[in-house]
Design a protein around this ligand. Structure first.
Ligand code: ADP
Length: 285
C-alpha cells in the first residue's frame, strides 16, 4: 500500500518519492495518520477503510478550495484514492509548533469568511462531519437549509440511535425562525468543524485543517470554537474587530452547537444525549 501511495505522490508532484521512513501519528479521531518521509520530503497521509474514499475525496476538494482563497494557511492536498485495501489522502506536511498568534488566526478566518457563494447555502457535494454524512444540497434559504440538512438530519439519526427528548420535534423547529427575525446571514465559506483540535500554528502562522467545508452562516465556525472550552479571548476580540458579529449571535450559538452535540451523540453516544436534551430545552425556553 505505501509503495502505491508513494507512486501516486510522485505522479501528482512530478518528482520521484519513495517511502524511506514511516512515522505513525496520534491525535486524529477518525483516521489513521502517518508521516511519510524520504531523504528530503515529507507528506501527511491519512488512511481508512477503502469504502471511505468519498470522504477523503471531499476532504481533498474542500482543502483545495480553501487553499485557493489564499486567506489562511491550509495544508495543500496532493492526491487521494484507494491503495491496497485502504482509502487514503496525502497532503503537504506542515511542521506545527512555535508561538500561537490568535489575533492573526481571527483576522485570517474573517478573511476566509468574506468569501461567499453565489449559489446559496450548501456545497457542490456531500462531505462528512466526523464520519457522519453532511448533506450540502444548495438551498437559497439559510433557515430552511439549517432545519433540514443540519438540525433535522442529525436529529433523525439520533432518534434511530435511541435519542429521546421530552420536547417534540415540531416545537424544536418552531423555536428556530424567531432567532433569525432581524438577521440575514451571507453564505460564507466556513470550515465547518472548527474545534481546537483542527487548529494549529506553524512558526506563528495559523493553520486550519480537517474541514467539513460548506457555505453557511459564518457564526457556525465561531460557535464551534466555543463548544469545547473556547479559544483565548484575544481571538474573539480580534475577529469582532475584523468582521463584526451580529448582536443575536449569542442566541444562535446554542442552536448551531446543537448540531455538533447531536453529531457527537451519533458518533460516540453516552452523555452527549443528555447534553443534547438540555441544549434543546435551552433553545425552546
Ligand atoms: P482525523 O481526520 O482523523 O480527525 P486530522 O486531520 O485531525 O485527523 O489529523 C490528525 C492529527 O495530525 C492532527 O491533530 C494534527 O496534529 C496532525 N496533522 C493534521 N494535518 C497535518 C499536516 N498537514 N501536517 C502535519 N500534521 C498534521
Amino acid at each position: 500500500m505505501w509503495a502505491e501511495i508513494a507512486e501516486q505522490i510522485s505522479q501528482a508532484t512530478k518528482e520521484k518519492f519513495s517511502v524511506e521512513h514511516r512515522q505513525p501519528l496520534g491525535g486524529g479521531s477518525i483516521n489513521q495518520a502517518v508521516c511519510l518521509i524520504d531523504r528530503d520530503r515529507k507528506f501527511f497521509v491519512k488512511t481508512n477503510a477503502a469504502a471511505k474514499v468519498a470522504m477523503f475525496e471531499a476532504e481533498a476538494i474542500g482543502l483545495q478550495q480553501m487553499y485557493d482563497t489564499q486567506t489562511i494557511r491550509i495544508p495543500r492536498p496532493i492526491c487521494w484514492g484507494v491503495a491496497g485495501n485502504s482509502a487514503y489522502i496525502a497532503m503537504e506536511w506542515i511542521a506545527f509548533g512555535g508561538q500561537q498568534d490568535w489575533d492573526l488566526l481571527a483576522r485570517k478566518l474573517a478573511a476566509m469568511h468574506r468569501i461567499t457563494s453565489t449559489q446559496g447555502f450548501g456545497w457542490q457535494q456531500q462531505n462528512t462531519i466526523g464520519s457522519t454524512p453532511q448533506i450540502n444540497t444548495w438551498t437559497s434559504d439559510w433557515v430552511a437549509f439549517w432545519l433540514e440538512h443540519r438540525l433535522g438530519y442529525q436529529l433523525q439519526l439520533a432518534k434511530r440511535r435511541g435519542f429521546s427528548c421530552r420536547i417534540p420535534d415540531r416545537q424544536i423547529f418552531d423555536a428556530v425562525p424567531p432567532l433569525f427575525e432581524n438577521y440575514q446571514p451571507q453564505p460564507s465559506m466556513v470550515h465547518g468543524d472548527l474545534w481546537g483540535g483542527n487548529v494549529a500554528f506553524a512558526q506563528g502562522e495559523p493553520v486550519i485543517f480537517d474541514p467539513a467545508l460548506y457555505f453557511g452562516d459564518r457564526e457556525v465556525d465561531l460557535a464551534m470554537t466555543e463548544l469545547f472550552g473556547g479559544f483565548p479571548s484575544q481571538f474573539y476580540q480580534s475577529y469582532d474587530r475584523a468582521f463584526p458579529l451580529d448582536a443575536g449571535y449569542k442566541q444562535r450559538k446554542t442552536l448551531y452547537n446543537l448540531y455538533h452535540i447531536l453529531n457527537h451523540f451519533n458518533l460516540f453516544g453516552g452523555g452527549y444525549g443528555q447534553q443534547a436534551s438540555q441544549t434543546i430545552e435551552q433553545i425552546c425556553r
